[in-house]
Design a protein around this ligand. Structure first.
Ligand code: UN1
Length: 497
C-alpha cells in the first residue's frame, strides 16, 4: 500500500504545499515503514497561513472566552475517546513505548480540560484608585498571531501546552511541528477543528525548520513565537524576534541531575535513576542525564544501576514487553555515538552500552544501547552538554555542599532531584538547587500540567509554560482606569498637597 498523503491546514482547508513537494515521515523502529507523506512547505505557504490567522484574529478575539473554552473541552473529550489510536500512531512515528505515548496523549487531555477552565477565569485584578470616583483594574488581552514551533519528543503534549492556552486567551495560531512527528500534529489540528474551531483560527504548516520555521519566526505579523527545542535554534528565534521586539517564549536544553545521598532509600533511587535516565530513550529535556552519587554508597549503587540498565529490553515500542524504544532517527543515534566517543576520550569509565544495537529487528531502526559512564568529572563534556539519548554520566561526590555545587555547575537549569531522608537537606536543596523544577525522592521527569514548567539560565528566557504561568506568554496586561468624577483628576498631584 502506498503511504497516505497528508496536507497543510490553512483557512479551514486541507491544501498541498504550493510547490507540490513532500517529505516522508519514517518509523524510527522500522525504516521500511513510511508513516505518511507530508507537505514540504515553504515561505509562500507560511505567509498564507499567517495572513489567515491575522484575519481570523479579528473575530476570534471577540468570542467570549467561555465559548472559546468549550472548543478545548470538546477537543479534550475527543482526545480521551481516541487516546489508544493516537498513542499507537505516535509510537509508530517517534518510537517511544506505548505506555509513554499514552501518557503523552494524557498530558494533552489534562491541558485541554485545565485550559478549558481558564475560559471562566483568565483573572485580572480590580483594585483601588488613589483618587475619588475612579475605578482601576487590569485585564489580560490576547496578542494576535502566535507561532508555535514544537519538537518531536512530546508530539501531542507540547503542542497542547502551547496551543490550548494561546487559543483560550483569544489568539490565533500558526503551528509548525517537528518534521519527525507531523502525524500527531495533524491529529491534533483535525480534532480541534472537529471540536468547532472557526476557520483560520488554527493553521498547520509542515516542512523544514530552514524554510517554514525561519519564515514563521521572522514574520512581522507574528506577535509571539513559542518554541521548544535546542538551545542553538532557540538563540536564532531570540535573534529573529529581537529587532522589532516581538515576544518569544523559549524552552530549551537541560542537563538534569539526580543526587543520591548516603541516607537515600537505595531501591527507590535506583528506580528513579533508571526511569529518569532511560525513559523516552533519554530524549526528554527533563531527562536525568547526570547522576550524582555519594561516595559512601557509590560502588554498590552504581553496580546495581548498571545491572538494571543492561537488562532493559530495547525494541519496537509497540511491543508491550519493550521498555525502551529507538532514538528518533539515525542522525540522533550518530550524535549520541559521537558523545560516547567524547566521553571515552575524556577518560570517563564506560560501564555499559556505548554502541548502536545491531542484528535482527535492530538493523531496521535507530536503536542504541543504554549507556552509563562512571567516575565522571563534573566538568567533562558528557557531564556538561545535553546528549538527548540513552546516556547517563555518573559523578561521585563527598558532601551535600559539593553535590549542590555540581548540580548547579552547568549552563542549563531545567530540572533536578535529590534522594534523601534528611528533612533539613530536603529544604536546603529546595532552596539552593538553581533549576526551574526540583523533585524530592522522585526523578527529574514527569512534570504535571497545572504547575509552571521551564528552566533557569540557558534553558529558557524567563518564561514558563503550563499552569497559569502559560497565560503570561500569550497575553499582555492592560491597565484600565475609569474616572467617573466628571472632573479632571491628576494622579500623584491632586492627591498630595
Ligand atoms: C520535554 O522533554 O520537553 O516533565 C517535556 C516531563 C514531561 C514533559 C517533558 N511532562 O518529563
Amino acid at each position: 500500500m502506498p503511504p497516505k498523503v497528508y496536507k497543510n491546514y490553512i483557512k479551514g482547508e486541507w491544501v498541498e504545499a504550493r510547490c507540490g513537494k513532500g517529505f516522508e515521515n519514517l518509523n524510527p523502529a522500522d525504516k521500511n515503514d513510511v508513516v505518511g507523506l507530508f507537505p514540504a512547505s515553504d515561505k509562500c505557504d507560511l505567509d498564507a497561513a499567517v495572513d489567515t490567522a491575522k484575519q481570523a484574529f479579528k473575530s476570534w478575539r471577540l468570542v467570549p472566552p467561555p465559548k472559546r473554552a468549550e472548543v478545548l473541552f470538546r477537543a479534550a473529550q475527543v482526545l480521551v475517546e481516541r487516546k489508544e489510536e493516537l498513542a499507537r500512531d505516535m509510537t509508530r512515528e517517534m518510537g517511544k513505548v506505548l505506555r509513554e505515548t499514552r501518557g503523552d496523549v494524557q498530558e494533552a487531555i489534562d491541558m485541554g480540560f485545565y485550559m478549558a477552565g481558564e475560559g471562566r477565569r483568565l483573572f485580572g485584578q480590580t483594585t483601588t484608585s488613589e483618587l475619588p470616583h475612579k475605578f482601576a483594574m487590569s485585564i489580560r488581552q490576547p496578542i494576535g498571531v502566535v507561532g508555535v514551533i514544537t519538537p518531536w519528543n512530546f508530539p501531542l503534549a507540547i503542542p497542547a501546552w502551547k496551543i490550548f492556552p494561546a487559543l483560550v486567551a483569544g489568539n490565533t495560531v500558526v503551528f509548525k511541528p517537528a518534521s519527525d512527528t507531523p502525524l500527531s500534529a495533524y491529529h491534533l489540528v483535525k480534532i480541534l477543528n472537529e471540536a468547532g474551531l472557526p476557520k483560520g483560527v488554527l493553521n498547520l504548516v509542515t516542512g523544514s525548520g530552514g524554510a517554514v520555521g525561519v519564515s514563521l519566526m521572522t514574520h512581522p505579523d507574528v506577535g509571539v513565537i513559542t518554541f521548544t527545542g535546542s538551545t542553538e535554534v532557540g538563540r536564532e528565534v531570540s535573534k529573529a524576534c529581537a529587532p522589532d521586539f516581538r515576544h518569544c517564549h523559549l524552552e530549551m536544553g537541560g542537563k538534569n541531575i539526580i543526587l543520591v545521598m548516603e541516607d537515600a532509600n537505595i531501591d527507590l533511587a535506583l528506580d528513579g535513576a533508571l526511569w529518569g535516565g532511560f525513559g523516552t530513550t533519554g530524549q526528554r529535556c527533563t531527562a536525568a542525564s547526570r547522576l550524582g552519587v555519594h561516595k559512601k554508597i557509590y560502588k554498590q549503587f552504581v553496580a546495581k544501576f548498571v545491572e538494571r540498565a543492561k537488562n532493559l529490553k530495547v525494541g519496537n515500542g509497540l511491543d508491550p514487553s519493550v521498555e525502551m524504544g529507538p532514538c528518533i532517527n539515525d542522525r540522533q543515534a550518530q550524535s549520541v555515538h559521537n558523545y560516547v566517543g567524547i566521553g571515552k576520550n575524556e577518560g570517563a569509565q564506560l560501564l555499559c552500552g556505548g554502541e548502536p544495537l545491531t542484528g535482527g529487528e535492530y538493523d531496521l531502526g535507530a536503536f542504541y544501547a543504554p549507556t552509563i559512564f562512571g567516575d565522571c568529572h563534573p566538568k567533562m563534556r558528557i557531564a556538561q552538554e545535553e546528549i538527548f539519548g540513552p546516556v547517563v554520566s555518573v559523578i561521585p561526590f563527598e558532601s551535600f555542599e559539593e553535590a549542590i555545587e555540581i548540580a548547579n555547575g552547568v549552563v542549563y537549569g531545567l530540572s533536578s532531584s535529590i534522594y534523601t531522608r534528611d528533612v533539613n537537606r530536603v529544604f536546603t536543596a529546595m532552596r539552593d538547587l538553581s533549576t526551574g523544577i526540583v523533585y524530592v525522592n522522585a526523578p527529574t521527569i514527569g512534570a504535571e500540567i497545572h504547575l509552571p514548567f521551564g528552566g533557569t539560565k540557558q534553558t529558557g528566557n524567563g518564561h514558563r509554560e503550563a499552569g497559569t504561568a502559560a497565560l503570561d506568554v500569550f497575553t499582555e496586561w492592560k491597565a484600565v482606569y475609569v474616572d467617573f468624577s466628571g472632573a479632571l483628576q491628576r494622579a500623584q498631584i491632586d492627591t498630595h498637597t
